[in-house]
Design a protein around this ligand. Structure first.
Ligand code: NAD
Ligand code: PRE
Length: 307
């Protein structure tokens, strides 16, 4: 298959950047040279040792020089400052994208630094693990998962190239606007993470009372919570600080439902509990029947989720 970009630069060499690099290598001809930059010397050394990137650079300026595609793979709160630093060194006509878990705030912080003639097409792969750092990536991470792109005002061919790039990394690609993205992700990813963090925190408090029984006898559901709650604190701090409005909206709804269930338990209202659990089971079965277990919900909009 044809090469899409001659030079690709990865800024921030953690889970997502390293997975993208290995997936580019698996393709064989997706990108010519892949450069990489990480903030700390230790991460750059690790990257060189494991062969992550064709060339690891000691500055962002060197990494983005002559790049046709620059991918920002840093925590959401660092996107704006990184863009400001690389802006003077970008090749005219190049595409900048990101992989951040929040889109509205990233667009607001990156766009003011965008030089004339450089296109910004924000993105978000809906795939990850609880691990982070340069050694945590693997080529298959994006296989059959969704990547959402926010086309904004970028020309069709720029968006088309980025779409093809992600498809060759193994992903299915959909286009979405930023506000809708942030609401959907608040439901499917951000609030669930907050609930997992809380539940594990509660269990940890309890553990002091019950002398490690909570962890010793933890059932599968709780183990899943502990996996999620082991996710990177910097990344998730930034997600909640930058997707504040949507997360608070969903959290408010969640709390109302929780109180209703709490009341049903206290008053012995079995019918309420039974009806509620029947409804949620039907949702899960519907997802599986439709063969959409990895699908991004579009909350009643068209197939692309666009307004
Ligand atoms: N982990 C996931 O499940 C997942 C999934 C999809 C998208 N994302 C998004 O991808 C991005 C990267 O996440 P990751 O999981 O690869 O994280 P990671 O912690 O594995 O890697 C982040 C990289 O950014 C660097 N970095 C941190 N702060 C920086 C700063 N202020 N300036 C410059 N570099 C900095 C770190 O040194 C590291 O190299 C985040 O925006 C995250 O929201 C993560
Ligand atoms: O599987 C996991 O560990 C994840 O949490 C991945 C997950 C998600 O919530 O699905 C986390 C954050 C991202 O922005 C995208 C994917």
């Amino acid at each position: 298959m044809e090469r899409i970009y001659d030079r690709v630069a990865l800024i921030g060499l953690g889970l997502i950047a390293s997975s993208m690099f290995w997936a580019m290598k698996r393709d064989g001809n997706l990108a010519g040279e892949v450069t990489g930059y990480a903030r700390t010397e230790a991460t750059r050394e690790t990257a060189r040792r494991i062969g992550l990137c064709d060339r690891v650079c000691d500055s962002m300026a060197e990494a983005v020089k002559d790049a046709d595609l620059v991918i920002l793979c840093v925590p959401v709160g660092a996107m704006g400052p990184v863009m400001e630093e690389i802006a003077p060194h970008l090749k005219p006509g190049c595409t900048v994208t990101d992989v951040g878990s929040v889109k509205g705030d990233v667009i607001r912080s990156v766009t003011p630094h965008l030089p004339e003639g450089v296109f910004f097409v924000p993105g978000h792969p809906l795939a990850g693990t609880e691990h982070s750092g340069p050694e945590s990536g693997f080529a298959e991470l994006f296989d059959n998962r969704w990547t959402l792109l926010i086309p904004g005002s970028a020309p069709d061919e720029v968006v088309g190239d980025l779409r093809s790039f992600w498809e060759r990394l193994g992903a299915n690609v959909d286009l979405m606007d930023a506000d809708h993205h942030d609401l959907v992700l608040a439901v499917t990813s951000h609030t669930p993470h907050l609930i997992a963090y809380t539940m594990v925190g509660v269990a940890d408090d309890l553990r002091r009372v019950t002398d490690s029984e909570v962890i010793k006898y933890s059932a599968a559901g709780f183990r899943d919570f502990t996996r999620i709650a082991a996710s990177d604190p910097t990344m998730w701090r930034d997600v909640f600080l930058t997707n504040k409005e949507a997360t608070l909206e969903i959290l408010g709804r969640f709390t109302e439902e929780l109180f209703a269930l709490q009341r049903a338990i206290r008053t012995g209202d079995g019918q309420h509990l039974f009806d509620y659990f029947t409804r949620t089971r039907a949702i899960r079965r519907g997802i599986i029947q439709a063969g959409q277990d990895t699908a991004a919900p579009n909350f009643g909009r068209g197939p692309s989720g666009q307004k």
